[in-house]
Design a protein around this ligand. Sequence first.
Ligand code: MN
Length: 573
Amino acid sequence: MSATSLLEKLKIQARPTEDLELVKRAYDFAAQAHEGQKRKSGEPYIIHPLAVAEHLVELNLDTPTIAAALLHDVVEDTRYTLHDLRSEFGDEIAFLVEGVTKLDKIRYKGTERSAESLRKMFLAVAEDVRIVLLKLVDRLHNMKTLRHVAPEKQKRIALETLEIYAPLAYRLGIGELKGQLEDLAFPYVYPKEHEWLEKTVHDHFHNRRRYVEGLKPVVAEELVKEEIPFLDIHARAKHYYSLYKKILKYDMDISKVFDLVALRIILPNIEQCYAALGVIHKIWRPVPGLVKDYIALPKPNGYRSLHTTVFGPEGRTIEFQIRTKEMHEEAENGIAAHWAYSETKGTPAYTKHLTSFAPQKELLWIHQLREWQKDFENPDEFLESLKIDFFKNRIFVLSPKGDVFDLPEDATPIDFAYHVHSDIGNTTTGAKVNGKMVALDHTLKNGDVVEILTQKNKKPSSGWLSFIKSAQARKKVSAFMKKAREERLFEKPGGEIAELRLSAQDRLGLLRDVSSVFARQKVNMKNVASDTKNRFYPLFVIQASFKSRAELEKMMVKLKEVKGVEEVGYKLL
Ligand code: MN
């Protein structure tokens, strides 16, 4: 077991010598640290970090990420600490490894309602897209070797892959990785369905493949005739799991799935993509409603291509996917394609900013999303993808039951309590974080498990306002305080004088009707005045004393019911 092929690949990418040395040093450190440890398959442990690092090299990630990949399980599984890694490899690599170690703590237990929250939490905890990519590739290798793991664990890991990791890969636009993760998880999560699909599809699939391969020369010849230069034409089979989901949509009728095997055309530029689409439609008639221009209107995850389904020879339908080389790389590798180490672009985008990589990575991430936003037609879809960017100043904490709540940075147990429910916030007496009692102004961190202790007649304290972070909690505490203050005013003998302000469309008998409401409620009107100057509706100002807030509130409701009354407000005097 050695790092030879890894270093070869780095050399081909023309990375500087010091990068190669760094990777070699990380490999030696990891190999030594994991010495004697074995994977469940019986192989030496180092093959796992090595495989992860190799995949990331193929995705063209920067050198610190490759080094971090080699070291990613060192802190969790060996005697070395994060501190050791920091002094040996510096802040950036230690930061990346720490991120991976933190993500290991997030577990999906299979309660559907929390999957989306967990995906968000995953991204928020990761802090850096490179950590997410490393973790996705880590999971891919673990899925490839899942057969060696104890059966009772297999299903949980596969389900987590399907519900958390694959959707994240999709959202980051890494279609290829998403497809592989799903296909690896599919047989463990839905064994019967997988078996059924295997049996049903097999013949059909090979049949289709032969048919589609047969069309390749026809298309090539036609493009040459029209003088449209193309870079590649290849058949692409649909991933099994996405095929299964599509068949479900079509009542299990596989003949309705047109893109089982599609033909993909790669061209040098966008104009040629549209020209190629024209050529295809000239040869074969398009199926109405299936021409999709994802170049003008990309998918929320950034996917761009032209799709069309046509009635091919023998009246059989076939899907074409037409795109530029750049779009193709993006579709396969998504955000990784944008982050890729590239010699042609001069200094690699993120090594250039080594000293300030934290703000830089955020900028790139947001920039990326802004780029996507430009072409979005559907604002909802875009918002969905943008949510990740709002994580910057948010933290994610869990209730003891595993529900995820997002709160502003530096939020306290009181903020958490009000986010769970106002009644819980109002009656909070204490809090436990990760099982330990803490002060109510304790600063919560990502991934904390927070438990709130309550007591029935407890009331909020105005002191809370000095440390509460979320607007929602602040509003609720303030409202409670105001109400309590007012409540006290009514307690004096004779009650509290309130000034009610009614705006109403004036009419004959209006004031009489208003007076009778007071009479029925047995409240004496002390003073009535009206103001008609510069007003659309006249304003009536009535003073009266009330024995309780409840009495005042009841009066407001009754007054609103009087014909002509538009608005009722009050002021305590
Ligand atoms: Mn690992």
